[in-house]
Design a protein around this ligand. Sequence first.
Ligand code: OTU
Length: 651
Amino acid sequence: MASDWTRHHAEKSLERILPRIQKDLENEIFSASEEWNQFEHRLRREFPRLFQILVELYGGHYDFFFHLEALLAATARSWMTRPEDLKALDAERESRPDWFLGQEVVGGALYVDLFSDNLAGLGDHIDYFKAMGLSYLHLMPLFAVPHDDNDGGYAVSDYRAVNPELGTMAQLAEVAQRLRSEGISLVLDFVFNHTSDEHAWARAAASGNSEYQAFYHIFPDRHMPDQYERHLRDIFPTVRRGSFTWHEGMGQWVWTTFNSFQWDLNYGNPAVFRAMVEEMLFLANTGVEVLRLDAVAFIWKRLGTDCENQPEAHKIIQAFNALARMAAPALLFKSEAIVHPDEVLRYIDPWECQLSYNPMLMALLWEALATRQPRLLEIAMHNRSRIPEGCTWVNYLRCHDDIGWTFDDSDARSIGIDPGAHRHFLNEFYTGQFPGSFATGLPFQFNPANGDLRISGTLASLAGLEQAVEAEDPHLVDMAVRRIIMLRSIVMSIGGIPLIYLGEEWGLLNDYSFATDERKARDSRWVHRPKTHWEEVARWEAPGTLGRRIYDETAQLIRLRKQLRALYNGGMEVMSTQNPHLFGYIRQKNGQRLLIINNFSEHPQTMAENRLRLYGPGYRFIDHITGETHSAKAPLQIGPYQFLWLENKPA
Ligand code: OTU
């Protein structure tokens, strides 16, 4: 909360700044005085918190008040020019702020070019999204990028222009409007840790412009980079060792956490913060409803630290949050932090990011599938998955990125697992090298210095379908499909927004064509970014096909989730099944309680009847998945990879 000092100085600042902003905007205010009053109300509500953060971050800069006034003027202008239908959405969302927590919310994610060639083609598939029951759609980065390697869109050259290969900003706004009219919320990436080296700011820096060189972390020699690198981890060690790239033109070193064409922005510079706020607010007015904040962990650098998850990184996002509440109240933030689970939790807060990817759940679902024993998953979900009211997880099995084996080492040791050896086993298993592994995956970013490795591969290929189809073995195919659907059922029921990485609904296998594309060959993540061939989908839609089975069983889970009010948002409670292969949890909300049991083994399992009896009264339980009734008078028989959503229904 803002201190008295802050509140006093915030008010004094506003007294000085507001009249000047009102003068700037007098025409807009004259024609829309009610809108201005709404803004002024929100500004006065959020400003003390924002002012305190900005004083902490930038108070020492001589031009602090210049940036503050310019920031508020840009924010006011963004609100006053925000389209009317988005202002209507703002009002609706302010009256129903928990809209994204409901069990009816189901998400999808796709690459526009791989799914539909371009934005125009995407518009032809809105009925497809509706038929699946999607209410949230993440379009992978589609802004202007370098033509050659651009990290799958994550090297942005212009936040205000769509990649011409995909379409135009007008088409993006039109797609956003059509999706919104169908009840589907558009989600876009805000890649704000870095820009491409072709962004106007980077070009100006490269040409020697000192003002724009201060937008990045640029060093004349290796002295500082060497100091920093003593504590940094290599994120892309196969691209280059270390986090800095020599720029011949400038004759200087540039901080490049990721690819060498991705230049980290310097948020220690208030001009960078202000410039990125303006880009964010521009995006907000295109109709995006959730911004996926990319690589949040890396945005603040501090010598002597690993430069990840620094307190100022959280402050910057909280400042974005305050400004969005002023000028785009409907806008939500989704944190993308692939870091230690406890650090992931710290980005999740109504005043920071209301949503977050759940990388720990994703990694540990795959861990439990390999070991057939969800012990680590149980401990982790019990210890490290609680988030504040008004926030939610975004739960996923796969996405466009790799799998990193993120879990807490002390959790592993507490059940006799050596963390390092276990990560090595998981990498062996999911690259198919471990004897008996059902998985077909590729290595990503092997680091010879520490043995670190991550995994690439689609849901279906990692779950064994690729191996089974190649072996033409119907039993193995059945086991693979059961794994896919069981994992999907957990993401649908464990608490949060389930995210389907489109293509998964048909069981798409790895696409190895990337290896012959010079723009993609060095990045194995392209193996799980397959193109959707709609003529093939048409064949899969035929009854009895494998694709049909996977699609139908996925669609049934989506329909069922939407009907069960116990699945509203989060708050799962791990259940003791007393069987090492069974992962159980309870979902209890809105007067309904579900017992959800998952068999992570390819062999039938039983659960002692007394486990069920704890959740009576009476012995009768109905399984919402099959409609069957189970009695707690006998052990529960559970088939290979079977999952049950049980509700106690006294006779
Ligand atoms: C994110 O990735 C994106 O999701 C990746 O697709 C990009 O390559 C990267 O940022 C740069 O924009 O932010 O917390 O391990 O999972 O780099 C780390 C690779 C990230 C990605 C990781 C992640």
